[in-house]
Write a protein that binds this ligand. Structure first.
Ligand code: C5P
Length: 397
């Protein structure tokens, strides 16, 4: 594994002669373990063909904001969220100017406004155009917005001029991508994460469940992978895709979750219980479909095992144990109560009464509690929040 393994990079190619080097750039990024999706501006296609880029990236090249079939496959906002890094290489003076002004008149410039990811540009243009005060002012604007500006290099240019304006070489750009990646704080560690809902059967066709989407647990799994961990992800039924590289274990009921958790937890350095486990299950599961009878139906439910408490109370090979608490009121006192009662090392609490956060949302805000400390993480995408949680966890291991 390199520390670019599983990294998702959007390579935005704009119209400069250095675009011919992008085939090599994609090949090297893929060799380093990245998933690369290529977006091309109209003028880029004069310098290198979409077919070449499709062949080297093994992915369809995107070039249009208004293409219904491309939007159906992955909408542009989803695309913008998919990326860990958007690298614009080569970045022409025109694209740099559009970025500085916030113009979104094609797919790439729209993604650049819509993305929460890091953005890097590799300027490439004639040395006079690079030195122009307009270009310099635009670059200063982008720099102030934390856009990473890689290069340009100096030397002989395609037009015959000599000076600053050459795109950095593919191997230099790959090295810069690597340098921006997360330090491998969890290299050699195993993290087991539970995610999603459980389904508690009533009969062969019905079950009790909840609205958990699995997004938070899956984001935690992805963050742990990024920091170099081996990740076991024990998940209830969800519709989202597991990050490439995790060991995915599918479960349905709380009892199955308990069994798998007790198998993997003792082999792990940390266990994170993010699953929304049903508190109760049917006392008796009907073997045949239950028939309609009268106006009322009384179900007898019995308590499910508390999975995380079982892990936290392991007497041998107990992992560092992290729970979640989704609350609608008294968040702090309930979370601290669970930290103590379930014998946890850390708990991540969220107030699910706030609309747009927590369950089924792409965003969350959490407060982390340890026995004698706490840390509030402000509202952010689940991806960013997850990375923060995992970094905090890494400090404890
Ligand atoms: O008790 P409550 O459900 O609020 O606690 C939440 C935490 O406990 C979460 O980490 C959840 O994954 C875990 N949990 C569990 N088994 C249960 C209930 C909750 O592991 N039966």
């Amino acid at each position: 594994m390199t520390n670019l393994t599983n990294r998702k990079i959007v390579l935005g190619i704009t119209g400069g002669i250095a675009a011919y080097k992008c085939a090599e750039l994609v090949r090297r990024l893929k060799e380093a373990g990245c998933e690369v999706k290529v977006v091309m501006s109209e003028s880029a296609k004069h310098f290198i063909t979409p077919l070449t880029m499709q062949a080297v990236s093994s992915e369809m090249v995107s070039d249009s904001l208004l293409d219904p079939s491309a939007e159906a496959a992955m909408g542009h906002i989803e695309f913008a969220k998919w990326a860990d890094l958007i690298l614009v290489a080569p970045a022409t003076s025109n694209t740099i100017a559009k970025m500085a002004a916030g113009i979104a008149d094609d797919l790439l410039t729209t993604l650049l406004l819509a993305t929460p990811a890091k953005v890097a540009i590799a300027p490439a243009m004639n040395q006079q155009m690079y030195a122009h005060p307009a270009t310099q002012a635009n670059l200063a604007t982008l720099k102030a917005r934390d856009v990473l500006i890689w290069g340009p290099g100096k030397g002989e240019q395609a037009c015959g001029d000599v000076g600053a304006g050459r795109m950095l070489e593919p191997h230099e750009l790959v090295a810069l991508c690597t340098a921006t990646e997360q330090p491998q704080l969890l290299a050699g560690k195993t993290i087991t994460i539970t995610a999603g809902p459980t389904r508690e059967p009533l009969d062969p066709v019905r079950f009790i469940s909840n609205h958990s989407s699995g997004k938070m647990g899956f984001s935690l799994a992805e963050a742990a992978l990024k920091l170099g961990a081996h990740v076991n992800l024990i998940s209830g039924p969800v519709t989202i895709k597991a990050p490439v590289g995790v060991n995915l274990i599918n479960i349905e009921s709380a009892e199955q979750l308990l069994n798998e958790s007790l198998t993997y937890a003792p082999l792990s350095d940390a266990f994170i219980g993010c699953a929304a486990v049903a508190d109760y299950r049917a006392a008796n599961v009907a073997t045949q479909k239950m028939k309609k009878q009268g106006d009322e139906l009384t179900l007898t439910l019995v308590k499910n095992p508390d999975v995380i408490a079982a892990v936290a109370n392991l007497t041998q090979n107990r992992p560092y144990t992290v729970g979640f608490a989704a609350e609608t009121q008294n968040v702090e006192s309930y979370a601290k109560g669970k930290l103590k009662n379930k014998n946890l090392d850390m708990i991540c609490a969220n107030d699910v009464s706030q609309s747009g956060l927590g369950f089924n949302s792409d965003h969350n805000a959490l407060t982390l509690y340890w026995q004698n400390e706490q840390l509030a993480l402000a509202v952010n995408s689940k991806t960013r929040i997850a990375l923060e949680v995992i970094k905090q966890l890494a400090k404890q291991l």
